[in-house]
Write a protein that binds this ligand. Sequence first.
Ligand SMILES: [Zn+2]
Length: 166
Amino acid sequence: MAVLGIPILDNLYPVTMDMWPVQAKEFNRIWQFYENLKQGRFTTTKCKDCGKVVYPPRVICPECYSEQLEYVDLPKRGKVIVFSEEVRGVPLGFEAPLIHAVIDLGVEPVRRLLSRIINCPAGYLKEGDEVQLVVFPIPSHPIDKGKQGTVMVDRVFFAFEPVKKP
Ligand SMILES: [Zn+2]
C-alpha cells in the first residue's frame, strides 16, 4: 500500500495511521455488514422483534432494545442532495478532489446518507445527480494469533460514484 508523501511506508502496514474499521468478527459486532459489502451488497440491520430498520447498522434495536437483528438490503443507487468538494490540502492518504455528499437512497431510513464520492473529477458533480455504490479493497489488517503467527484479514469499504461517467 502506497501512502502519499510517506514512501518509507510503501508495502508496510502503517498501523498508527489506520483510519479504517477493524472488520474481523472477533473485533467488530457489525462484521456482517462488511462481509455483505464484500459480496457487493449494501445492507443494514432490521429488528426481528419490532421491524425497525436503522442505518448505520446496530447491534441493539434503538426502538425496543432487542438484540435479534437481521441484515436487509438497501438500494445501491441514490441522488445527491448536497455535497462538498475539497481540492486543496486534503488529509494524508487521500487524493484531491475529496468529495463528500449527502445522498438520498429513496427509502427510509436512508433519506440522508453521508458518503465519499469517488471516480469523479472536481467540478463534475451536481446536486440531484444519480450516484451508485462502489466497493473497494482497503489495506488488510494484521491480527496477531500468538504462536500461530500473524494473519492478514482482507477488508473492504464503500463509497459512491456518479452513474453518468465523467
Ligand atoms: Zn426492535
